[in-house]
Design a protein around this ligand. Structure first.
Ligand SMILES: [Zn+2]
Length: 277
């Protein structure tokens, strides 16, 4: 995280003002109805079974040479890669204010992970946290918008935050130009990250890697760039172990990664459902 509202423990004690990173969270709740159509599941549903004959001739220690194999069926056509798809809850759905004019246009060249550094408690709190962050970042820190580009709640919902066309903001000492900033709600020095939230983050990063033509090995944690504990030990471990990069690579290898922006009444109803628990 980059900056928190007054009184919040941002987890980056070395910094004076870190209340601002939260801007990413702009989407609306259930966004991450996360890619229910995973590549493997989709493939298993659609790929024809290999013929028993083909298996018998190629597998198993007892497979014996077949002197006169029967004609082989035509190989099944190559199927298009399965796509991962998730909802991106748009700004209006979570109650974002308009962005202020200005900001620094940039070209995204790398990806960086943050946490809120505030214990989330119930996931119903997530949309409100994004609103709170945006108010703080705009009103107290003078930034044009919430600091981050995409937010992920504990259930893996993906929220649209600041436009990716404008560089993020930080109260710490690194240059956000070129960074695609993802914010995971929670304090991962004090909470364990859920599988759904990790998957939501992987989807957002995979989408960015594909959209902006950047390599997954550009992924870093905030602590790799500045004096901060962000994104918290329990989340950072998924970067240091390579787990999050593997998840991103697996999504990219399976095919296109689509974040479908959902706005209007449907998105608002989704966020209302998240806030109702
Ligand atoms: Zn951070």
């Amino acid at each position: 995280m980059d900056a928190l509202p007054p009184g919040r423990n941002d987890g980056c004690p070395e910094l004076v003002n870190r209340r601002r990173l939260l801007w990413l969270a702009g989407g609306a709740g259930m966004a991450a109805i996360v890619s229910a159509c995973s590549a493997s599941a989709s493939e298993s549903r659609t790929r024809p079974n290999p013929s028993p004959t083909a298996l018998a001739t190629t597998t198993g220690p007892n497979a014996s040479p077949i002197a006169d194999p029967p004609p082989q069926p035509m190989a099944p056509p190559t199927l298009p890669p399965a796509a991962a798809s998730a909802v991106l809850l748009c700004r209006d759905a979570w109650g974002a204010r308009p962005a202020r004019p200005g900001g620094r246009p940039h070209t995204i060249t790398r990806m960086t992970l943050h946490h809120e550094a505030v214990v989330l408690g119930d996931n119903r709190n997530a949309p409100g946290r994004f609103r709170q962050d945006q108010r703080y970042h705009q009103d107290q820190l003078g930034w044009v918008d919430i600091a981050y580009h995409v937010g992920i709640d504990r259930n893996g919902n993906i929220y649209e935050l600041r436009t990716t066309e404008i560089a993020g903001d930080t109260a710490t000492d690194y240059d956000t130009t070129g960074h695609f900033l993802v914010l995971c709600e929670g304090d991962f020095d004090n909470e364990v990250v859920s599988e759904a939230q990790l998957h939501g983050a992987a989807l957002a990063f995979a989408w960015a890697a594909q959209t902006f033509h950047i390599a997954s090995d550009s992924l870093a944690g905030h602590r790799d760039l500045a004096q901060t504990s962000c994104p918290g030990a329990n989340l950072y471990s998924h970067i240091s172990s390579g787990d999050l990069k593997r998840r991103i690579d697996d999504l990219l290898a399976a095919g296109s990664v689509n974040l479908q922006s959902v706005c209007g009444p449907d998105a608002a109803a989704t966020v209302a459902a998240i806030e109702a628990g």
